[in-house]
Design a protein around this ligand. Structure first.
Ligand SMILES: [Zn+2]
Length: 380
């Protein structure tokens, strides 16, 4: 039986890798998945927005709702010829499959679907509901993907209790890291106005660099927080400053800067913005500051989902996972705010977005067993 299951998971992953689903093109992946889910009693809804394909599938009408989530889109393969194999033709070598999306995250999708099939075959009358949320816009702008599906569900009062994202969370071996949250990311785009002048007559000019310098050092000197049990301290980083005209005897009229906060749950974006404006407003400076919020921080606290995921990982891999909030942003930022517990558990991420992306066959098969075990622990 183990052999046939391995075949099913890898065969589905290979089928998905063959689809050139470069973001936001789904290239038919969700059709394959919906057909498999319909066959085991899911009600499948396609939720397209713009050029993005989204799939919401649910089996059952009662709570609690356990949702598996992920994306079918992949990043472009990179320059032609940079791969050792065709990125859209899965190639198996020494127990490893090579192909774009093999790790991020078509292996995760295949592991979920086969796990659902096996679980439902053994537990057709499971408790609560199972759901699947898949988008083709995670690697791109991410505006018409998971965010829109969550908004749609919210508008009709449909909620998700627990969500497992199949993003590649593992670092060295499968399941060594489970992500239970992410830091927030907030960017500031600053313009400071001054008056251009001759460097020898500063009293006739107003140098914006001189205006901004003390504020910058103040921003750097602040200890924003000390972090907490789950997050490192909030960090402030300047990523760009530009101002001069390129002439040694002219002081500039304008300064532009860009900075970013990666922040812990000690802050929300309104609080950070207010604090920064307070600092600027305490100085004599003519400035404009625009903000871009990529996502608020989120954290899934102790509870049934984390217990089930940690237990499933330990049973299948022999090692208890580290619960982490590291890494960049993910679609978890859209799912969590509705009060859903979110964790990310997926394959090793060492090769994601790179050339020769790959995944270990054993890991994909074990990942599927972990997902099935999570269902058993939560819905039987
Ligand atoms: Zn991904």
């Amino acid at each position: 039986m183990a052999g046939s299951n391995e075949h099913a998971t890898i065969a589905l992953m290979d089928e998905l890798i063959r689809r050139r689903s470069i973001t936001p093109d789904d290239a038919g992946c969700q059709e394959i998945i919906a057909a498999r889910l319909s066959a085991i009693g899911f009600k499948c809804e396609s939720m397209p927005f713009g050029d993005v394909s989204n799939l919401w599938a649910r089996r059952g009408n009662t709570g609690p709702v356990l949702c598996f989530a992920g994306h079918t889109d992949v990043v472009p393969p990179g320059p032609e010829g940079s791969w050792q194999t065709d990125p859209f033709e899965p190639v198996e070598h020494d127990g490893v499959v090579y192909g774009r999306g093999s790790a991020d995250m078509k292996s995760g999708l295949a592991a979920m679907i086969v796990a659902l099939e096996r679980f439902i075959a053994a537990n057709p009358d499971h408790e609560g509901s199972l759901a699947v949320l898949i988008t083709s816009d995670e690697e791109g702008r991410a505006r018409d993907g998971t965010l829109k599906v969550i908004e749609t569900l919210k508008a009709r009062n449909e909620s998700i209790d627990w969500c497992v994202l199949g993003e590649p969370s593992s670092q060295k071996s499968l399941g060594d890291i489970v992500r239970i949250g992410r830091r927030g990311s907030l960017s500031g785009m600053l313009t400071v106005q001054g008056v251009q002048g001759h460097v020898a007559y500063p009293q006739l000019a107003d140098n914006p660099i001189r205006r901004f310098a003390p504020i910058l050092s103040e921003l750097h000197a602040i200890e924003w927080d000390k972090g907490n049990d789950h997050f490192p301290p909030t960090s402030f980083q300047v990523v760009d400053i530009r101002s001069g005209l390129g002439f040694p005897n002219v002081t500039p009229a304008e300064l532009e800067a860009r900075f970013n906060f990666r922040y812990s749950t000690e802050w929300d974006h309104e609080g950070l913005k207010a604090r920064v404006h307070e600092i600027f407003d305490a100085h004599d400076i003519d400035y404009e500051l625009n903000w871009h919020l990529s996502g608020e921080p989120f954290l899934t606290g102790p509870g049934k989902l984390i217990d089930a995921v940690a237990k499933a990982v330990e049973e299948e891999s022999g090692v208890a996972p580290e619960l982490s909030t590291g890494g960049g942003t993910s679609d978890g930022r859209f799912i969590s705010p509705a009060g859903t517990d979110v964790v990310e558990l997926g394959p090793v991420n060492a090769s994601i977005h790179k050339v020769n992306e790959h995944v270990r066959i054993d890991d994909v098969v074990t990942l599927s067993s972990m997902y099935r075990r999570i269902m058993e622990l939560l819905l039987t």
